[in-house]
Write a new protein. Structure first.
Length: 473
């Protein structure tokens, strides 16, 4: 299969043909339209049709929107005006207001997605859902939406005026397993939703994954890295490499780059991601000739960084590995303070976070983190150039992986704009989509075969905080 950017003419021709058919568009004119069938979650995590025909799950009404409400707090007056016009079906007024809102704040991905949807108006379109934690974990949610919005805009522009564009339905699950399962069930019920980008944390994705499998709705995660997701279901894929890649890169850097042999490993016992990275790192270190001499739970009631690091130094530890989750950033900072620059620090991709630069500060300097991609790895690529034009600055690896997920789903739509058609296309041996981080294709397990990249925290001004993540040579 050929890549997206090299064949815009073929895309336009294919989309034009689909536009004449117009059989796959059902449209989303409001939030939670009644469907012909509903599903609920059973005790074993599967789905079952139990809700009466025409019923509406009103508890989710404030969690899904294609432009009829803002899921982000404090929308501007122009953004509210655009949303109100969209809800009334006045798409021309919605476009004008949302363009004004973006002129005021170009860094609002929700406004861009709603603008892209408003430009579609009443045209036939194909709907993809994007699940992002825009409530409790709003910054990471925004990163996901930036990648999705940029990919949507570029795909729709490539399709031209005669193509069938992509509409995006945004869903907020707050990175909460119970909400995630309910949102997934609702998306399964919405027959117009042909594919999903989601979820954020590995634990939440693992909870929701059976719903997509049972409902036969393709879901591509851009963030979840737990090895438990490998081969979970033919309907569950990801554009981010699994923890095995990050662990291998960090272990090799520890053994070869730092000439270190004895590691102290910190983890979060409440995080599937953290437990996965912990296990993979310990295995990789052992395979490379090193050892993890002690492990500490950042979420434990008896956690004491000062005492633990003092003991680690006396035991001859020569590196600290922080397999932290975003929920355990604060205790991770306590570890950094206790280390006081005397031991090298390693970490997983959840530590690639503005809060680590801001609150970690000088204590975090030198921390080496494994990530799937960094903006400085290819600073002149089309994706980086486009993202800077849209958002006025650099984007994170989460935005890049989200872009790749929508790009992959968009290319799969060209093969067969149906749920089963997308699943089949994504698993084709010669499938390829031109993504932010290079060619996107999937292993039979649904994983992406892509090496991790190491970045280090150093003093700098790119972030505006005083410290930056810089690629390790």
């Amino acid at each position: 299969m050929q890549t997206l950017k090299n064949h815009k003419f073929e895309i336009i021709l294919s989309l034009a043909t689909l536009g004449l058919l117009g059989t796959f568009f059902l449209g989303i004119s409001g939030v939670l339209k009644p469907q012909n069938s509903q599903v609920t979650i059973t005790s074993n995590g599967d789905t079952a049709s139990t809700t009466p025909k025409g019923a509406v799950n009103s508890s989710l009404s404030n969690r899904l929107s294609d432009g009829t409400q803002s899921l982000l707090p404090n929308p501007s007056a122009l953004k509210q005006e655009g949303i109100a016009a969209y809800a009334k079906g006045d798409y021309a007024a919605a476009v004008k207001a949302l363009e004004g809102a973006l002129a005021e704040n170009r860094n609002d991905p929700e406004a861009l997605i709603y603008l892209n949807n408003a430009r579609i108006g009443k045209q036939a379109s194909h709907t993809l859902a994007v699940i992002a934690p825009v409530g409790k974990t709003s910054e990471i949610g925004l990163e996901i939406l930036r990648g999705a919005g940029q990919a949507q805009q570029e795909l729709n522009q490539a399709g031209g005026e005669t193509g069938v564009p992509i509409k995006i339905l945004i869903a907020n699950d707050d990175n909460d397993p119970s909400f995630a399962k309910s949102v997934a069930a609702e998306l399964v019920n919405r027959s117009e939703v042909l594919g999903v980008l989601g979820h954020y944390s590995s634990g939440v994705t693992l909870e929701a994954a059976p719903v997509y499998n049972q409902g036969k709705l393709p879901m591509v995660s851009a963030i979840s890295t737990s090895v438990q997701l490998s081969g979970f279901s033919p309907y569950v894929l990801r554009t981010v490499p699994s923890d095995s890649f990050a662990a291998a890169a960090l272990a090799q850097y520890m053994i070869d780059g730092l000439a270190a042999k004895r590691a102290i490993l910190y983890y979060d016992s409440n995080s599937a991601y953290s437990l996965s990275l912990k296990s993979e790192f310990a295995t990789s270190v052992f395979s490379d000739g090193g050892a993890v001499i002690n492990e500490y739970d950042l979420a434990a009631a008896d956690f004491d960084a000062e005492e633990q690091i003092s003991l680690a130094k006396s035991q001859g530890a020569d590196v600290i590995m922080l397999a932290s989750s975003t929920d355990t950033l604060e205790p991770s900072f306590e570890v950094m303070v206790a280390v006081d620059g005397e031991l090298p620090l390693l970490g997983g991709d959840d530590l690639y976070h503005p809060q680590v630069l801001k609150d970690g500060g000088a204590n975090a300097a030198g921390l080496v983190v494994a990530v799937p991609w960094h903006v400085l790895s290819d600073p002149n690529s089309d994706f980086v150039t486009g993202s800077r034009q849209l958002w006025g600055g650099d984007v994170s690896w989460r935005s890049a992986m989200a872009y790749d997920a929508i790009a992959a789903l968009g290319v799969a739509l060209l093969e067969n704009p149906s749920r089963e058609g997308i699943r089949s296309a994504l698993h084709e041996p010669n499938f390829a989509a031109d993504g932010a981080t290079g060619e996107v294709h999937f292993l039979p397990s649904g994983d992406r075969n892509r090496a991790a990249q190491l970045v280090k925290i150093e003093p700098g001004q790119r972030s505006g905080i005083g410290f930056d993540f810089i690629p390790v040579d």
